[in-house]
Design a protein around this ligand. Sequence first.
Ligand SMILES: [Zn+2]
Length: 257
Amino acid sequence: MRTTKHSVLFIACTHGNETIGVDGMRVITSTGQDRVDWIIGNELAYKAGTRSTDGRTGGDLNRSAPGRLGSLRYEERRAAEILLLARQYKYVVDLHGCPGQCGVFIIISKITRATLQLASLFPITRIVLWPQAKGAHAGATTAFVDCGISVECGDEREDATLRELTQALDGFLHQLHKSKNVLPQALQGREIYQVVGVIPSKESQQYPNLTEFGVVNVDGVEQRSLFVDLYPLTHAILLRPVTADEALALLRKGGRP
Ligand SMILES: [Zn+2]
């Protein structure tokens, strides 16, 4: 693990059991890639092999930024430590994994021209715009730095997914200092989605056989489903496909539906 200063900081294991990010960074750095700084986000949870630290002093690191250095809760302290470091970088890329069959895609929680531009440097087709809920006082590290995005990888248990991730990271690092693409052209060929709601678990019988990024008809509107039955109380996250121009138009509203 190196923490000399380059333009991008990668964070692996913000969720301690999502080790695909660590594996991906190890593959990338083993090839002599010298522009990579990376850290393990939730170090205690990573060592324990759990998503977060448990109990009274625990919490979800992905919901703990900006955090507080003097906090008694580990994740709040760690979020503050990470932000101090992350703010020294131009870009922050947070790597996640999940058991869903969703492939590798980008999640943007702070929707700006800069984050869309950063996303466009990755050879990753799908981009999900998922702004933090209005009024939320704590959230993902990427929402509290100038320019950060998350990369979600599923199914994280499959070798093919790790290959997909390392190819995406490799492609990004090659584009990083030479791409002159401008928006919205830089997003050409991408599939961009906006999170517009959820289907709660109690309605799961009305919506059988949902798939990752598959079409689902909700009240006569064709949408897409994501993270099917991955979260408690949530049958699926609902997505609306948007064009690159629509994504840019959303900037004014912070990407909220
Ligand atoms: Zn995660």
